[in-house]
Design a binder for this molecule. Structure first.
Ligand code: DX5
Ligand code: ZN
Length: 225
């Protein structure tokens, strides 16, 4: 078994060449990506605008890889069905954007999609604790959401460690994902803290190296479990 067999990589196409998304996703899939991370931003919940269900639908037609769709939008419940129909495999909503988190998580599950909940660096675990048994994925943001290539916030690491302990203690199988500033210098500390799905944008899609080389470098920096 490779040393990082239990750690998944979810390349974020936010840093990919938007004129060649199909090709860029194909490169990550060929290099062994586990998921493709699609960052949806609405210009309200975060100060940036990106993609909608149309892109998810277009990617779904090109690849079978699970699409890990991160909704950084207000009122995410209004768009669950559209993203489910488009072919999202995981839909992650921000606890800070949900007035009725329980309702939205169950709406996602009823649509036949795996449900994730995200928490920002400033949001405590207590905000999602009651929902842990209901979710398939917990996303701990290691930057404030909105943009690629921001600096990793190290003070989130103890929270990742506490989340890991809580999931293990409750014997829950929800995946623990981290997103933001993940690169060869930061990956060891989040994996050591218990993260098992790593989102990476600018560390995988950049001008310095091929997607395959970048993914190989990132994987080789993952510590043995
Ligand atoms: C940030 C997004 C991230 C972003 C990560 O708001 O949620 O998924 O693409 O980019 P990097 O890996 O460059 O920090
Ligand atoms: Zn993201």
């Amino acid at each position: 078994m490779p040393k990082d067999a239990r750690v998944k990589l979810s390349p974020s196409i936010l840093s990919a060449d938007a004129a060649a998304f199909g090709e860029q996703v194909g490169q990550a899939v060929a290099a062994g990506a586990d998921y493709i991370h699609v960052d949806v931003m609405d210009g309200h919940y975060v100060p940036n605008l990106t993609f909608g269900p149309m892109l998810v639908n277009a990617l779904r037609a090109k690849t079978d890889i699970p699409l890990d769709v991160h909704l950084m939008i207000e009122s995410p419940g209004d768009f669950i069905d559209a993203f489910a129909k488009a072919g999202a495999s995981i839909l992650t909503v921000h606890v800070e954007a949900c007035t009725h988190l329980h309702r939205v998580i169950h709406q996602i599950k009823e649509a036949g999609v795996r449900a994730g909940v995200a928490l920002n660096p400033g949001t405590p675990i207590s905000a999602i604790e009651a929902m842990l048994p209901d979710v398939d994925l917990v996303l701990a943001m290691t930057v404030n959401p909105g943009f690629p290539a921001q600096s990793f916030i190290p003070s989130v690491v103890p929270k990742v460690r506490k989340l890991r302990a809580l999931l293990d203690e409750l014997d829950l199988e929800a995946e623990l994902e981290v997103d933001g500033g993940i690169n060869t210098s930061t990956v060891a500390q989040v994996v050591d803290a218990g993260a098992r799905v790593l989102v990476a944008g600018s560390a995988i899609y950049n001008d310095r190296e091929s997607v395959a080389d970048a993914m190989a470098r990132l994987r080789s920096s993952i510590p043995s479990l």
